[in-house]
Design a binder for this molecule. Sequence first.
Ligand code: XUL
Ligand code: CO
Length: 446
Amino acid sequence: MPEPFFTEVPEHIPYGGPDADDALAFRWYDADRVVSGRTMAEHLRPAVCLWHSFAWDGSDPFGQATLDRPWLGQPAVADPMGAARGRLAAAFEFLEKLGTPFFCFHDRDLAPEGADFAESCARLDALVDETAEHLTRTGIGLLWGTANLFSHPRYAAGAATNPDPEVFAYAAAQVCHCLEATHRLGGANYVLWGGREGYETLLNTDLRRELDQLGRFLTLVVEHKHRIGFPGTILVEPKPFEPTKHQYDFDVAAVYAFLQRFDLVDEVKVNIEVNHATLAGHDFHHEIAYAMAAGIFGSVDANAGDDRLGWDVDRFPGSVEQLSLGLYEILRGGGLTTGGFNFDAKLRRQSIDRTDLFRAHIAGLDTLARSLLVAAAMVEDGSLERRRTERYVGWDGEEARSWFAGNASLAELHRRALDGGPEPEPVSGRQEELEHLVARFVERAR
Ligand code: XUL
Ligand code: CO
């Protein structure tokens, strides 16, 4: 076994309860606590992402690396595979100590790109074998795998939507390999986030063609999933922009329309990221509710943003109210199936202590757990549901039901109004009361 990396952290982060003062203890996340018939871990299926936590060095567009990640930088140049193994060992030490049931990765978070495609595959395979050993030893599972189709310069103009078919073919080969790796590791889902599937300017972009390419690409992925017998869910992660000016998977509604056009609604679901919802001008609550209504909800990326920054900071989730409302929709829809809650907990550039990574994840998991308590209480209490249902009670009447079923034409409804049909009476939406009610659940969650 390699030397421990997180030497200031005990073997296991304990559950200390809401009044715990210890920064390295959970106050709300108690993995085995049963809430509405399932344990917290079963409800949330939380996952640590390797990307920003282990494969990012703290550099930003204005400055160099600040974080203590001994497997990046010079060590990665001198001995890329040794460095990658060191990183994987540190990641699993972290996962075991934190006690989360899942992790997730981009292919390039596990293994560095090689001199050619064959070497990249061989490197990934070697690290996947090593990951499989870590999974057997620890009992940790894989929530999802994904291919990084956005960092390498070949993808600057997109992967599936690139004007050059050779890039399309290269990306297809990379996804093929990563999907098989995800399958080998028992992954519950496979994610496609189209970071560069979009455009910088319409002046050089054939929008229609690029969308068709994206549809063809996703269809190939779905076909391959069935060919290899991957039982997991294929997930698309919407995001409106960044890094590209406009991304085709803009929000849940755009993805839903796209899936319908390419006849993929029954094959693909969405991975909804909290801050991507905000960037698209929506509430997280909206994106979850929309996906639920469309029957394409799959999983959550709980990365949060900053209220005043219009870009993606991928930090740990910190708002109980925001997550409670999303979780409320998920629970009233029956809860998660193959999905989970992943988050990056991308640190601020000044958070240079190794232990900061634990603090961020503990805080994020506590936010998720507390939100789960709030959401479960709202579902069990039932008064929000009742009030929503009551608002539509008029539609239970026989006449209204027949209109809904299509048994009235526009002209017949016109005639009905002329013949003295009743003047509708406005009623209060009672929004203040509802918001006050939600506040009560947030206050009382224990
Ligand atoms: C980028 C992002 C990614 C996806 C996976 O904004 O959210 O981490 O979750 O590629
Ligand atoms: Co994400």
